[in-house]
Design a protein around this ligand. Structure first.
Ligand code: C5P
Length: 222
């Protein structure tokens, strides 16, 4: 039925930032609110899908009808996504930390009065989108990534589409002054191998609803 176009489908969505511990009380994070990913998960559930939302630390309530797995780090997020497979559609809206402190201290790091600053060695986090998109087993039929860029938005998105192995990149400009990071509105461009669709500035809820509609159309044709 037209009003439940994703009935029988499993959709996995990632959302929010990740927190990468430095010590028991400190962490590295970013300004992601999780709003866009939560809106997509909620819209997918309204469209009849079974939805697993893997969310980093955000202050948003569970969307109705969505199974929410709350995690903290990028590595936890990857494990939760893998545990949720198989899925028909995966949407990676999370702002995953690219790096983490190589070793989280087990005790709070103290100032010793010498004026020396602690070195912070970093390790690269797994790329969840790329890992899932390049899987040879259990790759979701439609893999959608996001590209939050501050410059050369479309060129970067096209490069990312190829590098990450996904089917769609939803590109948005998050430069200072756009108010996108942490805000309620978003201007996105859908980049596929067939071209680019420019969408107007919309509330994030509306971007979620339209993206789910776009997914349903595309799945319907496959
Ligand atoms: O490379 P960049 O971080 O700009 O790519 C953004 C896309 O990749 C988003 O869809 C994001 O959720 C995903 N990503 C990921 N794991 C990472 C880094 C990014 O899934 N470690």
């Amino acid at each position: 039925p037209a009003e439940k176009p994703l009935a029988g489908r499993h959709v996995v969505v990632t959302a929010g930032p990740t927190h990468e511990p430095i010590d028991p009380v400190r962490y590295i994070a970013n300004r992601s609110s999780g709003r866009q990913g939560f809106a997509i998960a909620e819209a997918a559930a309204r469209a009849g899908a079974r939805v697993t939302l893997v969310a980093g630390p955000v202050g948003l309530p569970d969307p109705p009808g969505v199974t929410v797995r709350r995690i903290e780090t990028a590595r936890d997020m990857l494990a939760a996504v893998e545990a949720a497979l198989p899925a028909d559609i995966a949407v990676f809206a999370a702002a995953v930390a690219d790096w983490r402190p190589a070793e989280a201290a087990s005790l709070k790091i103290k100032k010793d009065g010498s004026g020396k600053v602690p070195p912070l060695a970093m390790s690269e986090n797994p790329d969840i989108l790329s890992t899932i998109a390049h899987r040879t087993d259990l790759r979701p039929g439609l893999v959608i990534g996001f590209a939050a860029e501050t410059n050369d938005v479309l060129a970067n998105a096209e490069a990312k589409l190829a590098r990450k192995g996904c089917d769609v990149i939803v590109a948005n400009d998050v430069s200072a002054g756009t108010g996108v990071m942490g805000g309620t509105e978003n201007t996105v461009h859908l980049v596929t191998k067939d071209g680019i669709e420019h969408w107007p500035k919309l509330p994030k809820d509306e971007v979620g609803t339209r993206l789910v509609g776009w997914i349903a159309d595309r799945i319907g044709k496959s």
